[in-house]
Design a protein around this ligand. Structure first.
Ligand SMILES: [Fe+2]
Ligand SMILES: [Fe+2]
Length: 276
């Protein structure tokens, strides 16, 4: 089989980013379980260790590592992502059938983290198969995925802030509406393909999304800093605030990468981009 250019760099970039995310999901899920749900707490702790171990190994590999080693590693990580996806769906089932009354994870949050696990799994499958989507398809698919993720984040923030933080709750609700609207636009682009996949339309689509993602990213950064400094009332874990901020940064990085590919500019290596 043929390895695409930058296979090792791209694989490490995806695994380093998403394994940390999966590790943190395990922590958030665990915090939302009731004390008596010891079995679920144990399972969540096991996933935490699994993804912590994967993250450490991904950080130890370099771009000089043998591609075959990385390919085997990707397969292993893909399995772990499949298992955590199944765990998240099981938890969603328990919540929706009212078997965990009083637990503190929103169903939409559990669905959301399962979608992220599924995304991670698909990325690894694509990387190992050496077939990435053509650019115009990737632009639409990634935006449909991430706009929904951003819209969800705005909803979680709005619902986890103390209701007395009226001003911030209102801002979060505005972001929620804005991103729902952008998501509908993205789905329209999707249903109009391939005719919608012209250079100018895709370019404008990216520009418009970038503006909104930047302002949401800044809102999340502010929220994170306020939570860290204990200046606002909420039940948002500081790590969750940072987590959603990093996911917005990731989306911006992807938008910029697409923009550069569309305009033919060279794409900076992921490693250098991640240090910003
Ligand atoms: Fe996440
Ligand atoms: Fe997320």
């Amino acid at each position: 089989m043929t390895m695409t250019d930058g296979f090792v760099a791209r694989s490490l970039d995806e695994v380093r980013f998403w394994s940390r995310i999966m590790k943190e999901h395990s922590l958030f899920l665990r915090l939302g379980f009731r004390c008596e749900d010891t079995q679920l707490i144990n399972e969540a702790n096991q996933f935490y260790s699994i993804f912590e171990n994967i993250e450490n190994r991904a950080n130890a590999f370099t771009i000089g590592t043998d591609p075959q080693t990385i390919q085997r590693f990707n397969d292993e990580v893909r399995n772990a992502a499949t298992y955590i996806w199944a765990f998240k769906r099981k938890v969603l089932g328990l919540i929706l059938s009212c078997q965990l009354p009083g637990a503190n994870n929103f169903p939409l949050l559990v669905d959301h983290v399962s979608r992220e696990a599924n995304y991670f799994r698909n990325r690894l499958t694509e990387l190992n198969a050496g077939r990435l989507e053509p650019l115009p398809d990737a632009i639409i698919d990634e935006n449909v995925f991430f706009l929904r993720i951003m819209a969800d984040h705005a909803k979680f923030i709005g619902h986890l802030l103390d209701p007395s933080e009226r001003k911030l709750v209102e801002q979060a609700e505005n972001f929620s509406q804005e991103f729902d609207q952008l998501l509908f636009q993205a789905r329209d682009m999707d249903s109009m393909r391939p005719q919608s996949q012209t250079g100018p339309l895709l370019d404008q689509f990216l520009d418009q999304n970038r503006v909104s993602v930047k302002s949401l990213r800044d809102f999340k950064k502010t929220a994170r800093d306020l939570i860290d400094a204990c200046r606002i009332k909420s039940i948002i874990h500081p790590l969750l605030a940072d987590h959603v901020f990093r996911e917005a940064e990731r989306f911006l990085f992807i938008i910029d990468m697409f923009e550069n590919s569309l305009t033919g500019k060279s794409v900076p290596a992921p490693q250098t981009m991640m240090e910003h």
